[in-house]
Design a protein around this ligand. Structure first.
Ligand code: 2PG
Ligand code: MG
Length: 413
C-alpha cells in the first residue's frame, strides 16, 4: 500500500464567508483533498473546532510529521489522529483539522486506486443512490431565528430515481418561491439556500409547503412528503421550548402534542431532533407514539457517536451522520454500523456552513446509506453535491438502479 509523501493544510472560505480548513494528502502519483464544513446549530457533544489558523498550523507541523512515511490506511491513520489529539472532544488538534485530514486520506486512497471515492468505499458491494431530503424553507439558527423550526424539507417519496427526485424538487422550490412572491414575502434565502422565512407561525410554513407541493402538480403525501428538523436544542431554555415567532413557550408535553397534531394534519414522514439533546425521555416517548408512522431522527441527540446510538433505548429510529460532528471517517462509519445493528435508518448530512467539497455524496453512496441531506436547491455549495450525485447516478446507469424512496416511506395521503 502507498506511503504518505506529503500532508498540508491551508485556510479557505466557506458558504458563510467564514474561514475553514482544507487539507491535502499525497502519495506517489495520487493526491486527496477535503474541506471541513461547519455547523450553526451544533450539539454540545460534537467534536470541537479550533481557530482555523491554529488548525492549519497543527496539520502542517504535528500531523504532517506523524503522517509522513506512514501507510495510507484509513483506520490506522484515523486512530493516529485520535491518539495525537488525546482529548475526548478533539479540542487540541481541532475537529476541523481532524475531519479535513481524515477525508483527504480517503480521497488520496481512492485516487491511488484510480477509483471514484464512492466505488473505493463500496468495494464489491452493490450500490444504489440515496433518497434526498431537500430544504424548501430555512429557519432557526440559519435565518437569525426568524422562524423557530429550522428545516422545512421535502422527500420525493414517489420518485423513481435520484434524478427524478431533483426534477420534482426543482418544481416545488419554484412553486414555493412563486407563492412567497405573490404575498410580497420573497426575501432571498437562508444559510442552506431555502427561502428566508416570512411566516406568522411555524404551522403557516407547513401549510405553505403543502400548498407548494400541490401547486407544482404533485399529490402531497403520495408523491412528495414533508420532513422537518425542529433542531429543538436551540429552542430549549429554562425548562421550556421557546417559540419566539409565536410569542409563546411550550412544555415538553405541549411540544409533543403539537408535533402529533402536525403529523395528523400534514404529510410529514420524518422529524429530526423533536426534543432537546439532553431529553432522552421525551425522545423515547415521542418515538414510542409516532415512530411506527414516521422517521424520528437524532442529530444533536446522537452527534454521530456510535456509543450514543447503542445506548439510545428506542429514543429515535434514525441517525444523522455528519463526519465533522465526530471527527474521523472511521468513527462516522462506526456510527452507521451501530445504526444498522439497531435497525435504525440513516441520513448522511451536510452542515449549514459548506463549500464545494462533495465528499458526503460519495460516503452516502459508497457506504450504502439510504438518505442524503444537503440543504436546499440553490447556492452552489448545495448544488455541487446534488450535481455530483447526478454524475454518480449516470455512471451507475440510472434506469438499472433500485431506488429505495417508495420502500423507505410508504405513501401517506
Ligand atoms: C442540522 C444541520 C443541517 P447545522 O441541524 O441538521 O441542517 O445544521 O450544520 O447548523 O448543525
Ligand atoms: Mg439537525
Amino acid at each position: 500500500m502507498a506511503k504518505i509523501l506529503e500532508v498540508l493544510a491551508r485556510r479557505v472560505w466557506d458558504s458563510r464567508g467564514r474561514p475553514t480548513v482544507e487539507a491535502e494528502v499525497a502519495v506517489k502519483g495520487a493526491r486527496g483533498r477535503a474541506i471541513a464544513p461547519a455547523g450553526a446549530s451544533t450539539g454540545s457533544g460534537e467534536a470541537k473546532s479550533i481557530d482555523v489558523g491554529q488548525a492549519v498550523h497543527l496539520v502542517n507541523s504535528e500531523i504532517r510529521s506523524a503522517f509522513l512515511g506512514k501507510t495510507l490506511e484509513q483506520e490506522t491513520l484515523d486512530q493516529l489522529l485520535l491518539s495525537l489529539d488525546g482529548t475526548p472532544d478533539k479540542s487540541r488538534l481541532g475537529g476541523n483539522a481532524i475531519v479535513a485530514v481524515s477525508l483527504a486520506c480517503a480521497h488520496a486512497a481512492a485516487a491511488a486506486a484510480k477509483e471514484p471515492l464512492w466505488r473505493f468505499l463500496a468495494g464489491k458491494r452493490p450500490v444504489s443512490m440515496p433518497v434526498p431530503q431537500i430544504q424548501i424553507f430555512g429557519g432557526g439558527a440559519h435565518a437569525h431565528g426568524s422562524m423557530d423550526v429550522q428545516d422545512f424539507m421535502i422527500i420525493c417519496t414517489g420518485a423513481g430515481s435520484f434524478s427524478e427526485s431533483l426534477e420534482w424538487t426543482a418544481e416545488v422550490y419554484r412553486a414555493a418561491g412563486a407563492r412567497l412572491a405573490k404575498r410580497n414575502a420573497l426575501h432571498g434565502v437562508a444559510d442552506e439556500g431555502g427561502y428566508w422565512p416570512a411566516f406568522k407561525s411555524n404551522e403557516e410554513a407547513l401549510a405553505e409547503l403543502t400548498g407548494a407541493i400541490s401547486d407544482a402538480g404533485f399529490e402531497p403525501g403520495a408523491d412528495i412528503a414533508i420532513a422537518l428538523d425542529i433542531a429543538a436544542t436551540q429552542l430549549w431554555r429554562d425548562g421550556r421550548y421557546h417559540l419566539a415567532l409565536e410569542n409563546r413557550t411550550l412544555s415538553t408535553d405541549q411540544l409533543h402534542t403539537m408535533l402529533l397534531r402536525w403529523i395528523e394534519r400534514y404529510p410529514i414522514v420524518s422529524i429530526e431532533d423533536p426534543f432537546a439533546e439532553h431529553d432522552a425521555e421525551a425522545m423515547q416517548s415521542f418515538t414510542r407514539t409516532a415512530g411506527a408512522k414516521i422517521q424520528v431522527v437524532g442529530d444533536d441527540f446522537f452527534v454521530t457517536d456510535a456509543a450514543r446510538v447503542r445506548d439510545a433505548e428506542g429514543a429515535c429510529n434514525a441517525v444523522l451522520l455528519k463526519p465533522n460532528q465526530v471527527g474521523t471517517l472511521t468513527e462516522t462509519l462506526a456510527c452507521w454500523r451501530a445504526a444498522q445493528k439497531a435497525g435504525y435508518g440513516a441520513i448522511v448530512s451536510a452542515r449549514s456552513g459548506e463549500t464545494e467539497d462533495v465528499s458526503i455524496v460519495h460516503l452516502a453512496v459508497g457506504w450504502g446509506v439510504p438518505q442524503l441531506k444537503v440543504g436546499s436547491f440553490s447556492r452552489s455549495e448545495r448544488m455541487a453535491k446534488w450535481n455530483e450525485g447526478l454524475r454518480i447516478e449516470e455512471s451507475l446507469g440510472a434506469n438499472k438502479l433500485p431506488y429505495p424512496a417508495r420502500k423507505l416511506f410508504k405513501a401517506r395521503g
